[in-house]
Structures are given as structure tokens and as C-alpha cells.
Design a protein around this ligand. Structure first.
Ligand SMILES: Nc1ncnc2c1ncn2[C@@H]1O[C@H](COP(=O)(O)OP(=O)(O)OP(=O)(O)O)[C@@H](O)[C@H]1O
Ligand SMILES: [Mg+2]
Length: 246
């Protein structure tokens, strides 16, 4: 992993995002400069409405900047067609959202396998099976492979959603408020899984408005009114986190 630590996966270069609705212009993000290297665990935190999800949507190629450049592995995404962007998204980006977005009618296995069947390069049935089993064991859920999502706790469902993202073997996991629908016990369990995944080499960018959970990341970026106000390396003690908000 140390060999790759300098490898830049994500580079937002002077990115601004504006929305216009009902003739009112909202600057959701302004002049964002951000690089994420392979192996990092970055938390983006800040109060409601400060632009966290907008930032993650841009990183996930779910939306485009109003101005500025967004590069993934050095590729300027603005120069790509819709199909090429979709391919880049499939190959490099894994998503985990606050709502688990699992399909209740499908087994855990089929939920995790489903996105793999839509990929451009066809994977064989055996490759899909290997990936699903590997991803489920990474989140400690291989023993629930035949269950349906509604037979699982919220925390377990979120772990399945993480496995679904991991099965695509993404360069980076983009995670938006992963504990928002969970009680603190299940929330803590999901945060432990993310920390373990990062320790095993998975690159993570997690959005949270909870400073306690942000402290799990190795780098914290605080957003306020669409701007990066502080960037902190890892803390040895949890106390300074509160200072970001004081
Ligand atoms: N599609 C949209 N159209 C218009 N305005 C939008 C749109 N999406 C987001 N915004 C505005 O952009 C700003 C940032 O929103 P965003 O969802 O990124 O905030 P957030 O930090 O994720 O908040 P929360 O913690 O509540 O999830 C807000 O003022 C929001 O109203
Ligand atoms: Mg949000």
C-alpha cells in the first residue's frame, strides 16, 4: 500500500457548483480544491446544507460542476461522453448511501451480485460468485448469503450495501451518512467495518455531519457554506474534533 500512497484517485480543481431553482441561484460549492490519494480515509463533515452530498454527487459523477475540473485517475471527466462516464463510474466508484437501497425481494447474494451483471466487461458466473463471497466476508456477512434484507438488522443491511459496493472492486468508496438510519450500536459497528476496510487498503471518502464519526477517518475536511474551512490530519485524541464546531 505504501508504494501507492501518492497515487491520486480524485482531484477536484477549483470546483464550483451552483443550482438555480425558481430564479434563485444557490452556490452549493465554491472553489473546492481537493485531492484524495489511494489508501486514504477522508471524512467530509459540516452542518446540514453546507454542500456535503453535493460534493459526493460530483465525485460520484452523478452531477457535473458548474465550473472547474474534476479528474479521476488523471482523466478530465468533462471531456468524456455519458457512456464513458458511466464506464468510469462502474470501474472506479462504489457508493454507500444513508438508505441502504437493497431490494427486498432478492437474497443478499443477488443484491450484491446485481450491479456486477450490468458491467461493461462481462464477468463469468464464477467470477461474480467469487467477488460476492469475498465482499460479504469483508463485511462479516457471508453467513447471511441466502437471507432477504428484511430478515436483517439495519446495521447488517448497511453492511450488505457496503459489500455490494465492494464487489465492484472500486478505486474509492463514496459513503454518504452511512449511519444516518442506524442506532448508535449499529452505527458504531458500520464505522468499525469502514475502519477495517481502510486498514486493508480500501480508499474511503465519507460524508457525515457527526463529528464523532468523522474522527474515525485519517483526514477530516470541514465544509461551511460550500467552502472548505479546515482540513485536519488524524487526531490522537477525540477532543479537538469539537473545536472544529466551537
Ligand atoms: N438539486 C438541487 N437543486 C437546488 N438546490 C440544491 C439541489 N441540491 C442541493 N441543493 C442546495 O445546495 C445546498 C447544499 O446541499 P447538500 O445536499 O449538498 O447539503 P448537505 O451538506 O449534504 O446537507 P445534509 O447534512 O442536510 O444532508 C443546499 O442549500 C441545498 O438546498
Ligand atoms: Mg447530505
Amino acid at each position: 500500500m505504501t508504494d501507492n500512497i501518492e497515487k491520486t484517485i480524485i482531484h477536484l480543481n477549483n470546483v464550483t457548483k451552483k443550482f438555480v431553482s425558481h430564479d434563485v441561484e444557490i452556490t452549493a460549492l465554491q472553489d473546492i480544491e481537493l485531492k484524495i490519494q489511494q489508501g486514504e480515509y477522508v471524512a467530509i463533515n459540516g452542518p446540514s446544507g453546507c454542500g456535503k452530498s453535493t460534493l459526493l454527487s460530483l465525485m460520484g459523477l452523478l452531477d457535473t460542476p458548474t465550473s472547474g475540473q474534476y479528474l479521476i485517475h488523471g482523466v478530465n471527466t468533462r471531456e468524456l461522453s455519458g457512456d464513458q462516464q458511466a464506464e468510469l463510474r462502474n470501474l472506479h466508484l462504489g457508493f454507500v448511501f444513508q438508505s441502504f437501497n437493497l431490494i427486498d425481494e432478492l437474497s443478499v447474494y443477488d443484491n450484491v451480485a446485481l450491479p456486477l451483471t450490468y458491467r461493461d466487461q462481462a464477468l463469468s458466473k464464477q467470477e461474480i460468485k467469487d467477488r460476492v463471497v469475498r465482499a460479504l466476508s469483508q463485511v462479516g456477512m457471508e453467513h447471511r448469503i441466502a437471507h432477504k434484507p428484511n430478515q436483517l438488522s439495519g446495521g447488517q443491511q448497511q453492511r450488505i450495501a457496503i459489500a455490494r459496493a465492494l464487489a465492484g472492486e472500486p478505486s474509492i468508496l463514496l459513503v454518504d451518512e452511512p449511519t444516518g438510519n442506524l442506532d448508535s450500536k449499529n452505527g458504531d459497528a458500520v464505522m468499525d467495518i469502514l475502519s477495517q476496510l481502510n486498514a486493508q487498503g480500501t480508499t474511503i471518502c465519507m460524508v457525515t455531519h457527526d463529528p464523532r464519526y468523522a474522527s474515525h477517518a485519517k483526514r477530516q475536511i470541514a465544509l461551511l457554506d460550500g467552502k472548505i474551512v479546515t482540513t485536519q490530519p488524524s487526531f490522537q485524541s477525540p477532543e479537538p474534533i469539537a473545536a472544529v464546531y466551537s
